[in-house]
Design a protein around this ligand. Structure first.
Ligand SMILES: O=C(O)c1cc(=O)[nH]c(=O)n1[C@@H]1O[C@H](COP(=O)(O)O)[C@@H](O)[C@H]1O
Length: 220
């Protein structure tokens, strides 16, 4: 999944066209959605799967209604923040039942959080179990927590992992990171990559490089 963290539709669509079939999914997050809204979701959704990453975190009723709106947009995946608690997660899951093709995912501990790794592992696992019990399809977590979450929550419980960096790339604000091969070996179902691709001199070449590292891990 490539995070389209760009300011406007022009840049988003140019990246979409340049990356083409090197990626299956695009993630539309706060910056782009606030700027361009549902029209851009429809444009990206015409060619690729869309993960709407707005990390809803509010009272249960408000989040349930936002999930309904996301479902009506026709996105393929949407997320909430597990920090909103079990009642919020359950309300979100109930609202998502009306949209069986849309995956509902909970953010556990942000990959930028400065919490020690051992503590992040415990909190992320607890939140993943809470999300599974509430009826969600999976979680966003770092690669470091993915295997334990799969083990505890079952092989069909989805792990989406941002914080992907390789070679000598700058970590920027990310703390718990791994490279694409490590993510595959760690049990990640979907890798989220933003700046290493969208800010690369040649985004298509960077996407292909990430892909080849994923494939080499799959072949081992
Ligand atoms: O929910 C997310 O997508 C997310 C959760 C998380 O814990 N960490 C995280 O980085 N993300 C998102 O994943 C993307 C990572 O971007 P890069 O750090 O540029 O690769 C950004 O769009 C973040 O908003």
């Amino acid at each position: 999944m490539v995070a389209l963290d760009v300011p406007d539709a022009g840049q988003a669509l140019a990246l979409r066209d340049q990356l083409g079939d090197t990626v299956g999914w695009f993630k539309i997050g706060l910056r782009l959605f606030v700027a361009e809204g549902p029209q851009l979701v429809a444009a990206i959704g015409a060619t690729h799967k869309v993960f709407l990453d707005l990390k809803f975190h509010d009272i249960p009723n408000t989040v349930a209604e936002a999930i309904e709106s996301a479902g009506r947009l026709g996105v393929d995946m949407v997320n909430v923040h597990a920090g909103g608690g079990v009642e919020m997660l359950a309300a979100a899951a109930k609202a998502a039942e009306a949209f069986p093709d849309m995956l509902l995912i909970a953010v556990t501990v942000l990959t930028s959080d400065s919490m020690p790794k051992e503590q992040a592992a415990v909190v992320a696992l607890e939140r993943a179990q809470m999300a599974r019990d509430a009826g969600l399809d999976g979680v966003v977590c770092s690669v470091h927590e993915a295997a334990a979450i799969k083990h505890a929550c079952g092989p069909h419980f989805i792990t989406v992992t941002p914080g992907i960096r390789w070679g000598d790339q700058d970590l920027q604000d990310q703390k718990r990171v791994a490279d694409p091969a490590g993510a595959i070996r760690g049990g990640s179902d979907y890798l989220v990559v933003g700046r290493p691709i969208i800010k690369a001199a040649d985004p298509r070449a960077a996407a292909l490089e990430a892909q080849s590292m994923m494939h080499s891990a799959l072949c081992l």
